[in-house]
Design a protein around this ligand. Sequence first.
Ligand code: XBP
Ligand code: MG
Length: 237
Amino acid sequence: MELCAFIFDVDGTLADTEQDGHRVAFNTAFADAGLDWVWDPELYLDLLQVTGGKERIRFFCERFQPGFLERDETDDAIRALHARKTTRYAELVDQGRVRLLPGVAELIAEAREAGLRLAIATTTSPDNVTALLTANLGAESLGWFEVIGAGDVVQHKKPAPDVYAYVLRELNLPAEACLAFEDSVPGFASASAAGIPTLVIPSAQAAGEEFPGALAVVPSLADTSLSDLRTLHERPA
Ligand code: XBP
Ligand code: MG
């Protein structure tokens, strides 16, 4: 089937956001709230098995701070911490601390030129997508993406297929007419379960993992052209 649209994951795919962006923002939000929680890079790598910032904070508490979950209004407390974290993340991005990965801007430009439709399917919060795109590609780039499926737009985050199913519905395209870009095991599981041919560019959290059924696994988008991707997409599974 003809390739009509690219659907991009954000964290780990458009940019290497986790360790120097999200992790730092979580830690700053914890400090702002007077909590002595510190997520070091190794712990954070482990916590990344849970997608979604609010879900990740809860998972951390279940393991290491069970007392926090015994308080009243735990959901509100996690929501407030996460809102603070989102503000802190945007500050980091606005300061230019989170840059797009090699080849991403070029591929997006090539796809636009060729008239491909573009969309985003991510677990991260909508404000983070806005901040990242604006800081790196200019505010007008938000309009390049016909659909931005982000955060709580669906109840079940990756690895569930819901966010990709949502984006397909909004694009009104069958899965086979699209190509998804993912960096992680839960992300690949989500796109695959939605039936979308997926190119994997593994990030640090996916080192050594296998991606059975991926269109291809490549180290970077820097050497991947639109014509390479069309060829991969045409190849029978
Ligand atoms: C990204 C996530 C997000 C970010 C943090 O996964 O899991 O939770 O780590 O963003 P994916 P929020 O790349 O698979 O979409 O704190 O806004 O959730
Ligand atoms: Mg990702």
